[in-house]
Structures are given as structure tokens and as C-alpha cells.
Design a protein. Sequence first.
Length: 171
Amino acid sequence: MMAALYGPFAGPLFSIEHAEYAVAALVGGVAVAEDLMRRTISNWLPIAALAGGLACQLAANGWMGLAWGALGTVSGFAVFLVFYLLGGMGGGDVKLMAGFGAMLGASRLLSAAFWTALMGGIFAAVVLLASTARVWWLRRHGAAGEKVAVSIPYAPAIASGVLLTLLAQQS
């Protein structure tokens, strides 16, 4: 039998929680960067979240974990599909949340949706405030500062919501 590796905080160096943080940080970080730069989320990112999430579920809960992961995937897709159909977000955002749903399972998905909505609201307020300040500054300095429709990438809110859900679980 192998001995467990323990780190400086008297916990194992590798655990399912560490794997979940790694999946959330890696996939979420790349999704955020891509969404900010290109305003799109590549299909391989939700697939990576799905694969990582199902692997975490399988490691933590055995074969039953795959069922919980699948239910989380369907739940994540369904919750965000409503916003997609209303025109509030893109298809990549829906697929990304479905992928993270595999890792979170249906039980933690509502918490993630709450945190995601909260972070999305905060990010939207910051973007709208910055856009308004830009228009004001341009007008004040004699430039043509017309209001422009602002789109807000949602991957930062999704990644933040997932990480906050994982952090809240640790408390």
C-alpha cells in the first residue's frame, strides 16, 4: 500500500478538490482569455471541462459519479439555455457552463449559477460605468463620443462563479 503524501498544511498534496480547482482554473482561465480577446469560446474548452469534470466525479464517487456528472451537465445546459434563447448570452457560454456542470454536479450547479449571475452583474456594472466614463471624457475633450452598444463577455463571470462555488464548499 502506498503512503499518502502530505503537504505543509497536514493535508494530502493531491485530492479531488485540488483536481477540481485545477480544472476550473485552467479551463476557466483559457476561456476568459479567449472570450476577452476574441469574443468567442472554442468548442474544445467545454469538452475539456466536461472531461475533467467527469474524471473528478469518477474519482470521487465511482461509477455513480458519472451519473451525477451527466446530470450536472444537463442541468448546466438547461439553466443557461434559457438566457441563450432570450439573447442574453452566446452558445459558447451555455456549453462552458454545461462542461463545468459535469464537475459540479446538479447539487452545486445552482450555487454556481447564483455566483455567476452575481459576478456577471458586477462585471456588467463595471463595463457600463467605464463605457459611460469614456463617452463623457471624449465629449469633454471635444472628440465625438457617441454611445456604442457594449457586449459583455460572460466567461469571466462563469469562471468566477465556478471558483467561488468551489471556495464556498471548503468553508
